[in-house]
Ligand binder design. Sequence first.
Ligand code: NDP
Ligand code: PYC
Length: 323
Amino acid sequence: MAEPAEDVALSLSELFDLARRALVLHGVSAAHAEAIARVITQGQRDECHSHGLYRLLGCVRSVRSGKVDPRAEPTVRDVSPGVLAVDAHYGFSLLAFETGLPRLAEKARTQGIAAMAINRCFHFSALWPEVETIAAQGLVGLAMNPSHSWVAPAGGTRGVFGTNPIAFAWPRAQGHPFVFDFATSAIARGDIELHAREGKPIPPHWAIDRDGQPTTDARAALDGAMQTFGGHKGSALAAMVELLAGALIGDLTSMESQAFDDGAGASPCHGELVIAIDPQRFLGSDHAAGQARAESLFDAIVDQGARLPSQRRFEARERCMTR
Ligand code: NDP
Ligand code: PYC
């Protein structure tokens, strides 16, 4: 049998179609399959390999586990003038996000700030596509969610927190928004999985093994516990995510999500908190001054040779779109 090719070149539309068709073949509804394929394609386009096409495997595994309802239809409930809740009914999170977004934006424009709780969703994706979509509407976006309890608290040795990403986007008058999106663990678990698949060592500060010792062995790391980024600071932020996107919105913490999975190997099932803020509402006639202040801040970063978060991603996108 011939050796598999190292690289396969697909156009973005071929990639989208491959992902969509694979999902539909596994019983995923067209609406979910398209929402998932869109985000997987965006991840691959922006060279976010831990959350690009690789995630298709996890989606299919999740469906096969029987835990996910691949045809669930999200429902939206108004909780208060500034809060809405979207019940994913144990489907994937992305369609729930898309379903609730118009109402979230509407509330943010009316109230100045609004929050959307997404509940009972299977979650596998990067958060930057979501906050970027919010920023594209002229709103500031903030999103976070727990995952599975793979990450030890600073000073501990056993997993308590999820990899708990926090993503933020600030809309700018010209060009891309200011966006960051990172796990509160030293690295996303997906990256350690990719190192394990490729037999590559990992830096020693990413994880500890089962005996609580720092390890460079990706498989031992997956068997042990991951570390938070920035020691006690990342640990506190990870706890905040558990509280805001778990306890506060009536949904599972990462420990509970792991217990709910019960060894099935599905994507984590929990909630997500998404916040949208309307700068126009906050600033009124001072909106332009607020924007100018933000631009001075960004200039002060890049003028000294530092880069803005997401610049690598936007450059990868540019390369991909002009290929
Ligand atoms: P990275 O550490 O790769 O990147 C984190 C952020 O920092 C990015 O916005 C990145 O921008 C930016 N950045 C990196 N280097 C620099 C630099 N030198 N100067 C300025 N900014 C920089 O991300 P993680 O491994 O922590 O997370 C990867 C993805 O995993 C995220 O998208 C996250 O949402 C996802 N994830 C999802 C989870 C889930 O439960 N759904 C759980 C955990 C993670 P750039 O991309 O341009 O390099
Ligand atoms: O890479 O840590 C991760 C992750 C968890 C859920 C989705 N991605």
